[in-house]
Design a protein. Structure first.
Length: 288
């Protein structure tokens, strides 16, 4: 025998109380229907809310996407400008290398880093990042390359300043470099420099930057100044009437270092001017 429930409906006043008898199966069915209905309602509500949220998110992403596209386009333009600047830099460097007579194709650094990536593609960001990395690498290589050129130019400038050049005094050559007849007697002897005749007291100038190696008096050259210019170069000025520098003093090309004289074994006022390269005398006429 199935269970039954009795539902009593009691009105407010006077009327008859109604009784409703419900079978337990029917009540279970009703409860199930109610639950189903509530569940369905909750699901629909959830779906609706979810949809609204998705649409808002979609809109936000759309705005973000269009902003990112703008940023990407600007990046591409910036990249283009950087690329052009790199080409200009490379051009300038090539010219400097040519001027410095340093052109060596094996040492030139390539600038090619590809063109501008297409901003429409999904992979544009990756491409731009990759290009930027390549550009960074190219810049680093270019920097190193320019450092080399700078060092080389510095070396060249130093070498140029250290290389004897020009006349040490105003005068005229009375004796040349090379083997010459010994005045008193027979045979020949090496003349290691040139003799430039000038009046006593005429200034003698350094012909290159350097340091005063020695200031001395010798029987042969009389009052003498010897300058060391580095890079293997030395110059000697002999027979001076007066030496005006001290040993160890730094000297620039054109500095007055002594005055023409007739000291030592000399037959008239003149400068015995000698240029040595790695301790071997060379013809100073090639440096005048
Ligand atoms: Zn001489």
């Amino acid at each position: 025998m199935s269970k039954r429930f009795t539902v009593m409906v009691i009105p407010e006043a006077g009327e008859k109380v109604r009784r409703l008898q419900i079978h337990s199966r029917a009540s279970a069915f009703a409860v199930a229907c109610c639950l189903l209905f509530v569940g369905l309602f909750a699901f629909l509500l959830y779906s609706r809310l979810n949809l609204e949220f998705d649409q808002a998110e979609l809109e936000r992403l759309r705005v973000e996407n269009s902003q990112q596209r703008l940023v990407l386009q600007r990046l591409a333009v910036d990249f283009d400008s950087l690329h052009e600047q790199m080409i200009m830099l490379a051009d300038n460097e090539a010219r400097v290398r040519q001027l410095a007579s340093f052109e060596d194709s094996s040492q030139t650094v390539p600038v090619a880093i590809g063109g501008i990536p297409a901003v429409d593609r999904v992979s544009a960001v990756d491409e731009i990042q990759q290009r930027i990395s390549q550009l960074q690498l190219a810049i680093d290589m270019r920097r190193q390359s320019q450092e080399d050129v700078r060092n080389l130019l510095n070396d060249q400038v130093s070498l140029s300043r250290a290389t004897p050049k020009g006349w040490p005094t105003k005068g005229w050559i009375t004796s040349y470099f090379g083997m010459r007849q010994i005045p008193q007697g027979t045979g020949k002897r090496m003349h290691k420099g040139i003799d430039i005749a000038a009046n006593t007291g005429t200034p003698i100038f350094a012909t290159a930057d350097g340091i005063v190696a020695r200031v001395e008096y010798s029987a042969g050259y009389g009052k003498t100044v010897i300058l060391d210019h580095g890079y293997g170069y030395r110059t000697l000025f002999g027979h001076n009437s007066k030496n005006l520098v001290k040993s160890g003093q730094r000297i620039r090309r054109g500095d007055k270092i002594a005055e023409v004289g007739n000291t030592g074994r000399s037959t008239g006022p003149h400068v015995h001017y000698e240029v040595q390269l790695n301790s071997i005398p060379i013809d100073p006429r090639h440096t005048l």
